[in-house]
Design a binder for this molecule. Sequence first.
Ligand code: CP3
Length: 354
Amino acid sequence: MNEKSSSAGENIATLLRPFQQLTSIVPPIWLMRQAGRYLPEYRRLREQAGSFLNLCYSPKLASEVTLQPIRRFDFDAAILFADILIVPDALGQVVEFVEAEGPRLEPITSTSELRKLDSGQTAATFEKIYQTVALIRQELPPDKVLIGFCGAPWTVATYMVAGRGTPDQAAARAWAYRDPTGFAELIELLTTTSSEYLAGQIDAGAQVVQIFDTWAGSLPDDQFARWVIEPTRRIVHHLKQRHPKVPIIGFPRGAGPLTVRYVDETGVDGIGCDTALSLPFIREQLAGKAVVQGNLDPLLLACGGEALAQRVSEILAQLSDMPYVFNLGHGIVPHTPPENVARLVACVRGTAGG
Ligand code: CP3
């Protein structure tokens, strides 16, 4: 089992190695948020678990949920089922997921509140997630790759400071301007904790990891360098020392032209491209530097039809002659019909017919 799963790891490692020109006519495919509410089998287990956090912390249920989309759609990779807000929860911040609303946290707005968090207590919480990783790796067919993940320090900080998701991340941005030294303490805590957390996921069986920086696009370039690039570079550096062969995908959503600098300076092996990056930009500015992943609009996947098939061919025509992993530009939206996902996989693999 171990030998087989490590060869699956090497396959994607080869695929995700930068500067290597592979001609992959059929790119591997997985989708951000591929496990979730759009699947009836997810909704059933979610109900059984009671709360979303219960689901995340129950290794049996979380591994089952991780495997559901693999069984249904035969994706090439599974992504650990958990959430980026596991890290603040493990640090002792009060985190809750309110039905139909989203996450609510007890906001942290000063260094004195920040210092009440306890980085010494994270291991017991992370252990439950590592158990899930190990269980998934046991169950997952050996040719499928297991992806671990965390939220990037900046994005996780935006939730910790505002206490919820916000359209403009104003609370965290304002703290960073008002008191950069205090805010740096929060980012530092998240950088070291997340480095440890990802290394633990790799030790437990994750073969690739992705760093989700959903709100990277809300910062001007100087702030982007300090709060997005620098902490990510440090996480990459830490992981490369411990696990040099494990590919790391960065997803600095909304970063626009700063994505080039992000790739150059963080050392990520793969770059998640959001929906707004143009195909020529991706081809000309990113493809030679890192393995490209993503870009299909999740709303188009929800809509389906001929427009979906056409856009998929266009993406494949532009990107599939270079190291490319098919994915969305952001997570699947809950009203996506599962049959559209099946059709997408068939289109990418050239088995859609018609
Ligand atoms: O991709 C996967 O299938 C793996 C699981 C995963 C989840 N969240 C499950 C989830 C991953 C990788 C995440 C990452 C995540 N979580 C991000 C970064 C990526 C992105 O989507 O921008 C962020 C910002 C979060 C924080 C978060 N978690 C929010 C804002 C919400 C509420 C919004 C919503 O869709 O309900 C969640 C809840 C959440 N995380 C759900 C799932 C399946 C839905 C919860 C439910 O079932 O009730």
